[in-house]
Design a protein around this ligand. Structure first.
Ligand SMILES: Nc1ncnc2c1ncn2[C@@H]1O[C@H](COP(=O)(O)OP(=O)(O)O)[C@@H](O)[C@H]1O
Ligand SMILES: [Mg+2]
Length: 580
């Protein structure tokens, strides 16, 4: 080993800069925060090669004085704090006093700035300050990121990954600062978001569609205030990134993410992810923002309470919006209303059950369905009093079946379409969840499994324990797999596709045994349910709707599709342009 040497100041700078700045999005974050701190009302971002060959931010903020241009490139220089006390109370975002010096250490940086409207400006490049002309504000150009740190450059992800990280940081600032006009120019993307208010900013970015598709929330409780938009389970929004803000910081919290995903568990199809953009405000004394050098991770001091409160709120919101193609705005007032029992979806279970034993033999003809003036319910079966209310929609008449697939009901204020398969699947799933056990039965003769791909064989061999818990014991002989046991309830339902589905499910390593069991129940529920294209008698239709009405999550099928679609009278009137 050689003699110990002191590293040069430049090398130390380079190393520490490389720790602060990992990729172009880290730089953009710092530059945007500086522009916002400088009270800019218009910010333009120009990008080439995902910010690697060029990242430039131009603002119309208060600018940098000539004499400060060089100074702000030095380490631990800032105009934002004078004493240690300020550190504890500082409100500006980017404070560390080392962003520009770090960026300067790992790229070719040029700052142009003017502090007034005279047109007279200065720029600094290669530690040299010169005069130029520029409007009031600052332009920071960063070229050739990591030109002097090839190892770091190698660690950059592909251009498209770096670009999406960069664009997410841009959008995060766009959401947080609706009062600022933002422009973004790159080879791929050119956008302008003119200054506006909070709600319109969301529409600018996500499109006006989000009004009908998303659930806008605005709530407040003892733990947090929360505004934002979340997916309506009946009408998914597709957007590549979810945004989480705590006290105006764009943060990352696996814990919060998990709670949200759990809240949607039953509402979404297996591979679907919920969309959300949430702005939390919490007492700043209960958040620690200094646990992460980039401040993207925050620590909540009463995390458990916070999370359980969040889960409760989400459950209320989701339940309330199910089956609605156009979601409700959820405000504080709605929450108070929810507590009022008269507002809940009450239904007399006993009454419904006693009326459900219609016989299949009672045939109704087409004519029976199309006599609007005459009640289609004769006294033998049921009467109008007992027609169910689905969510808040009081059914006034069963219109009949469409294409042997959808049941149509007139309601007091509109019309309901019910997908008969989805509805029956939901009913069966809830029944199965209550009744089914995974008790095994020995098969009298071993059941040969169909041809399996190598990948599926691997899953089978590597997950013996999980499969056992699901009721499957197997043996391997003569190059073939044979089941020796099976969960009792699957007896009639197991087929090749279902088995492959189970293997695919096991492959997802995040699936716990409970989750796998539940997915199996979902598969079974699907198999045993009434299919599309199956004719139902009127009593069967009524029975189905009554049973659906008793379900906990009646708005969605086992796979997250809606069971019900509702049009109000006024929506119909709008569609026919009777009203505008
Ligand atoms: N866009 C800008 N407009 C005006 N001043 C700026 C801008 N960007 C940087 N500065 C000045 O440069 C200083 C150093 O910036 P930086 O290294 O990001 O540290 P910090 O933001 O923590 O003060 C800032 O304190 C500010 O005085
Ligand atoms: Mg800064």
């Amino acid at each position: 080993m050689g003699k110990i040497k002191q590293l040069s100041k430049e090398t130390i700078n380079l190393i520490s800069a490389g720790e602060v700045i990992e990729n172009p999005s880290d730089i953009l974050k710092e530059l945007l925060e500086n522009s916002i701190d400088a009270k800019a009302t218009e910010i333009t971002v120009d990008v080439k090669d995902a910010g690697i060959s060029l990242l430039q931010v131009t603002d119309n903020g208060f600018g940098v004085e000539r004499d400060d241009l060089l100074f702000c490139l030095e380490k631990y220089t800032t105009s934002k704090l004078e004493s240690i006390d300020d550190l504890l109370t500082i409100n500006s975002f980017g404070f560390r006093g080392e962003a520009l010096s770090s960026i300067n250490a790992v790229s070719k940086l040029k700052i142009t700035s003017s502090v007034d409207d005279s047109g007279k400006a200065y720029f600094v490049e290669n530690l040299d300050v010169k005069e130029t002309s520029f409007k009031k504000g600052t332009k920071i150009e960063i070229r050739d990121l990591f030109y002097n740190l090839p190892v770091r450059k190698k660690y950059l992800k592909s251009n498209s990954v770096e670009f999406s990280k960069l664009y997410d940081i841009f959008l995060a600032n766009v959401f947080l600062n609706p009062q600022i006009t933002f422009k973004f120019n790159s080879e791929k993307k050119k956008v302008i978001f003119p200054k506006t208010n909070y709600e319109n900013r969301l529409l600018q970015v996500f499109g006006t569609d989000i009004k009908s598709k998303g659930i806008f929330i605005d709530i407040s409780n003892d733990f947090f205030k929360l505004k934002g938009v979340i997916s309506n389970p009946s009408n998914q929004i597709y957007f590549p990134t979810n945004f989480l803000f705590i006290n105006k910081r764009f943060v990352y919290s696996p814990q919060i993410y998990k709670i949200i995903t759990e809240a949607y568990k039953d509402y979404l199809m297996i591979q679907q992810k919920p969309f959300f953009i949430l702005f939390f405000e919490i007492d700043s004394r209960t958040v620690d923002v200094n646990v992460h050098p980039k401040k993207r991770v925050v620590k909540l001091l009463n995390e458990m309470l916070f999370l359980s409160e969040l889960k409760k709120e989400l459950n209320i919101i989701l339940e309330k919006n199910l089956g609605k193609s156009t979601p409700q705005i959820n405000s504080l007032n709605d929450y108070f209303k929810m507590d009022n029992p008269s507002n809940k979806f009450e239904y007399d279970k006993n009454k419904a059950l006693s009326n459900t034993n219609f016989s299949r033999n009672t045939k109704y003809t087409v004519n029976d369905y199309y006599k609007p003036t005459q009640s289609i319910f004769n006294s033998e079966t049921t009467d109008r009093e007992e027609l169910p209310t689905l969510f808040e929609h009081k059914i006034t008449r069963f219109v009949g079946q469409l294409h042997n697939t959808y049941i149509v009901c007139e309601t007091k204020e509109g019309v309901l379409f019910i997908d008969q398969h989805a509805a029956d699947e939901r009913i069966n799933l809830e029944k199965n969840r209550q009744k089914v056990t995974f008790e095994k039965q020995n098969l009298i003769s071993e059941l040969p499994l169909p041809y399996l791909s190598e990948a599926h064989k691997d899953i089978l061999l590597n997950n013996k324990l999980k499969l056992n818990e699901l009721g499957f014991n197997y043996v391997y002989k003569d190059n073939k797999f044979y089941l020796t046991t099976l969960a009792l309830f699957l007896d009639k339902y197991l087929d090749k596709n279902m088995f492959i589905n189970i293997l695919e499910d096991i492959k997802e390593s995040t699936n716990t045994v409970d989750k796998l069991k539940d997915n199996l129940l979902k598969l079974k529920s699907c198999k045993q349910s009434i299919k599309a294209n199956q004719e139902l008698t009127l009593p069967e239709q009524i029975q189905l709707i009554k049973k659906l009405n008793l379900c906990k999550d009646k708005g969605i099928c086992a796979h997250g599709r809606p069971t019900i679609i509702y049009f109000s009278k006024s929506e119909l009137e709008k569609l026919f342009k009777r009203i505008v």
